[in-house]
Design a protein around this ligand. Structure first.
Ligand code: SF4
Length: 385
């Protein structure tokens, strides 16, 4: 039975046996499968084993997504066991978010959006030495990276920590190395986070990076009960009083008087709207706090911003972007860039989204958000573990 499902252990329990057969059957029939099973049953091996067997036999790839860091390790350990016992000829790559794989010191504390701007600029201006040693401008590996990839591919599947350490010690961008490792004709298992698959534009870029086609990929979703909340978070963007106050301060520090006035006006509008529109009391009993929240229409906010700043909304976003770029020349992060991103998102779709202003009771802070309600895309071959 071991070969049939790439089950690497000597004994198989009855429940595992049933699950292995169910997963294999579901793949044969190209169906979705939802598994609800207790901790300790061996869901990871009972899913990855038969999925990998099917992928190897049919020239497919697997993307295993999980919200938990510890689960990356379990998945890679499972793949090592399979490789040791069967060595069926597959690649395995463990991806974290780009920020967590970055070789540059000091990026850990950056907000994700700010890091994305920072990294993009480093690449565009060829300022990142790690990137320069990893990838040529034509998008292919450098000679040094080719040698590193040969060395890394010859070993067992690596945990992301091992790849990150290798990148830092040898002067490479580990995220780019991981992308190259996932390419190629061999069946590949990619361990990744939810956002690599659930966020439409990130998914598109990610599949391009790993050179895989979603239609030829088996998606395994670990801890499926987390999906609705994570997807909603991924599709939402917030602007807090902390961020806008910091943006006002940033504009002042850099001497951008007009931008400071624009940002102060936006802050004032949000405060007014937050206080005027609250309809709902949200009682957080656990933390003994409550907050007030209400809905705001897209056009109402945009009209008020244009009226108060005397600046056309899209032009205002462009101006803020320009100032943020200037600041990013000197600093790794810019709060003005965060405000600009929020204003841009506010213009987005109505369908599936809601715009909320919230006033927190304890310190009178506000938060405004453009929240996704639910937006999960239909994929083929989706399994939820
Ligand atoms: S290219 Fe790589 S190493 Fe350079 S900043 Fe971006 S993630 Fe970090």
């Amino acid at each position: 039975m071991g070969d049939e499902y790439f089950f690497p252990f000597e004994t198989v329990r009855e429940e595992q046996d049933r699950m292995l057969a169910d997963v294999a059957d579901c793949l044969q029939k190209r169906q979705h499968m939802l598994v609800h099973a207790p901790t300790g049953l061996g869901k990871t091996i009972s899913t990855l084993g038969p999925a990998l067997k099917y992928a190897v036999d049919n020239g497919l790839s697997i993307v295993f997504v999980t919200p938990r860091h510890t689960q990356h390790k379990i998945a890679i350990d499972t793949l090592r066991d399979i490789k040791r016992k069967f060595d069926p000829g597959f690649n395995a790559v463990d991806f974290l978010g780009k920020k967590h794989m970055c070789s540059v010191d000091g990026v850990e504390t950056m907000h994700s959006g700010i890091f994305a701007d920072f990294c993009g600029k480093q690449i565009e201006e060829r300022k990142c030495a790690f990137y320069a040693q990893t990838k040529k401008s034509e998008g292919v590996p450098t000679v040094e990276a080719e040698a590193a990839l040969a060395e890394l591919s010859s070993g067992g599947p690596l945990h992301s920590e091992e790849l990150i350490r290798y990148g830092k010690e040898n002067g490479f961008c580990s995220y780019e190395l991981a992308g190259f490792l996932a390419r190629g004709k061999k069946p590949t298992v990619v361990i990744a986070d939810y956002f690599h698959v659930m966020h439409p534009s990130i998914r598109e870029r990610f599949f391009k990076r790993i050179d895989k086609d979603l239609g030829n990929t088996i998606i395994v979703i670990d801890e499926g009960h987390n999906v609705p909340d994570r997807v909603r978070d991924l599709m939402s963007i917030n602007l807090s009083s902390f961020v806008i106050n910091s943006a006002v301060k940033e504009a002042r520090q850099f001497g951008y008087r007009e931008t400071e006035n624009y940002l102060s006006a936006i802050k004032e509008i949000i405060e007014i709207l937050a206080n005027k529109t609250v309809m709902n009391i949200v009682n957080d009993k656990k933390n003994r706090r409550f907050s007030l929240e209400g809905l705001v229409e897209r056009d109402r906010f945009i009209e008020l911003v244009e009226l108060k700043t005397q600046c056309e909304y899209s032009q205002l976003i462009k101006d803020l972007d320009f100032i943020a770029e200037e600041i990013l020349e000197e600093r790794k992060q810019s709060f003005i860039a965060s405000v600009s991103r929020f204003l841009d998102a506010w213009k987005g779709d109505d369908f599936g989204f809601v715009r909320i202003m919230k006033v927190k009771s304890r310190n009178k802070d506000f938060a405004s958000s453009y929240n996704g309600l639910s937006s999960i895309q239909e994929n083929k071959d989706v399994k939820i573990e």
